[in-house]
Design a protein around this ligand. Sequence first.
Ligand code: AMP
Ligand code: MG
Length: 345
Amino acid sequence: MTPENRIFESNAINCNHASRTISHGGLVSFPTETVYGIGADAMNEEAVAKIFTAKKRPSFNPLIIHLHDIDEVEKYAYLDGISRRLGNAFWPGPFTMVLPIKKNSGISSLVTAGGDTIAIRIPRNAIARKLLKLFGGAIAAPSANLSGGVSPTTAQHVAHEFGSDFGDLEMILEGGSCTQGVESTIIQVTKNDIKILRPGSITVEDIKKVTNHPLYIKSEKYSPIEISPLLISPGLMKSHYAPNTKIRLDAADVNEDEAMLGFGKNCPSGAQDFRNLSPDGDLHEAAANLFSMIRELDQIGAAAIAVSPIPMAGVGIAINDRLERAAAPKEKSHEKIIKKQALNR
Ligand code: AMP
Ligand code: MG
């Protein structure tokens, strides 16, 4: 079967089939409003292990579980007052909260990397919601790309990501292009503050409108507010979302052997190939185009992808976060850990 043949129209029959596949311990890729996920039954240790194998993901990197409804959250985790308010404001949507896990949650310890917290999201995408409703439980789902690579925003990206080595990924539900493009905002409410573990399209300003609890954002370079020394999200490695072609950030000019990823009206010309994230300078449009344009420019074999400066405001913070990681040298230690894990299996 070619990778494309695993893409299924998201009609009632195929969604039912997808839900049964997950119930039987299989893997299904499905669209969300942010990126495509690769999902398994979060209570089934063997099924969750298949995600890590398929993605070549290090097992210290925990997964987000996806639920259909805020009422289901307390089956798995404790919700404090502020988290509940944030959940009511941003769910369903591109928003994930790290919450204290309940002892008898039944969630696979691979999902939490053995920790005492769990990341929970209720997505808004209609196909994701249909699947979650049919399945009726928690689906653990990271982005459907090989670990460290560019996140997929179309079903075709998922198919190409896994190539002929599809492993246990049994089907991909077709849902067109993702509307938001960058991954969900991840936060954690503590006694003293709300930590932004990963910036996303729900912005600091959006969160501030819901609660006046102090806010801390992770990224040191881009932090518009204070930095917390306590902050860690194990999956937030320096190198991530990385294409094969080198990325050159904040490019005011471009060489003829480079590809250009522009933003706004006045982008330098003369590149080997060119894409514009948003000619009108719309950050939401830029976020939606980010990963697919990086993938396209990665195909042409340019010396580097030069990227225009992106304003550090609103969802621009998330875009800059992803670009910064895409540009970071791939961590040797990350690759070593994955190799070591493969040997120990
Ligand atoms: P992905 O689903 O691949 O986009 O990545 C999920 C992100 O959520 C990773 O950066 C994880 O490290 C993070 N994450 C998942 N569970 C937790 C948790 N319990 N505590 C902190 N971060 C988490
Ligand atoms: Mg990911």
